[in-house]
Each structure stands twice: as C-alpha cells, then as structure tokens.
Design a protein. Sequence first.
Length: 215
Amino acid sequence: MRRTICSPIVWLELATVFAVLAATTYSRCQEPRHIPSPATDQAVQTSRSRCRDASVCFDAGAYTASVIGLSESDTHSSRLVRLILRFENLSDATIILAYRAHSAFLLDNFKNRFFSCHGSDGPDLSAVGIGIDSGDEIDPQLTLKPHETEIATFDLWRNRSPNQQASHYDFDLMIDEIDPSSKYTVKKHPYLSFRGIAPGARHENQDSGTRDAAR
C-alpha cells in the first residue's frame, strides 16, 4: 500500500483552513465603531485622578466606572468572560448612561479577541443593567441620582479554540452620557479603558474620596 506523507506546506495550509473555520462563528459579529489606540489609552490615563487603581477604574468626570469583578466559563464551543462594572455618580445632578452597541473590545494576554454577540449575525446582547444605544434607538434605563451607585455586567464571547488560559484581560467600551432633558441626545461618549484585569479577583478601585459600594 502506498503511503502519502504531507509536506510541511500542506500541513500549514490545513491549519489555516481549520483556523478560518473556527472563527466563522463570530466573523460576522459587528466590529466596534472605534478601536482604541495607544495614543487614546495614554490620554485616558492622565484623566483618572479620582481612581485608586488606574488600570481598572476610569474617571469620566461626572462619574467613575470601576471593574469590580471578572469571571470565565466555557461551553463545548465557546468561552465566556463576564465583567462586572460599578458606575458611581460623583456629581450633584442626575445623569443617564447607556452602552454604545458593539463598542466593547476585549483582548486576553494571548491577543485572543472576544465579541459582544454570541453567534453569527447576532445583536449585541452583552450588557445587563444598563441601557443600549443601538444607533437609531436609545434605552435610558440606567439613571443615577447624585452620588448614587449602580452595577452593570458585560458578557463577551470567543470560540473555545485555542484552549488558552488567560492571566489578564484588556477591556474597552463606549458609554454615552444622555441629556436628561432629551433622552435621545448624547452629551458625551468617552471610551472607557481598563488594563490588566485578572480573572477571579474582586477589585475595589475608587479613591477614599468616593463612596465605596461595600459600605
């Protein structure tokens, strides 16, 4: 019987095909409207004066957003990362916040990308506890009274392959600040950036001058 041995080039071509097939599940999930750049990250770092840990807390002026937890789970075909964010109104006025649909951008330390929709062509259903700005419609459900704190969660997915255990994650998303007098007008839309988030850890990141949710 004749034995056929594939050359290294053939094996490389096969590996490429399998990688493309593995990515198909999320390939049509809408890309973020903006992907943060190093220059953006540097500008963000200088604005975080009221955060104890600048890597996992963002000072947006009227409010702070802090990552207070990150968990991981697997199914037979996908890997899920859930982030818990705490939003605290630091102002003396009521503010309304909404998550900009498809703006979430999550990378692990292996540069694996996680997506805000589960499956191909799916809507962005990643956010719970905060309304979504989908472009043609804004849900203003997250209303923060002066010095009030609320929690929101964000789920992001990727294909389970490659089966790599991440040591940390970088997370970016856009949060719209809605005009309370016109709930369909966006006043500001900063891109919030968090760096080096460790799985499983619970973070308390705000300065002593802000209210701690644990109290």
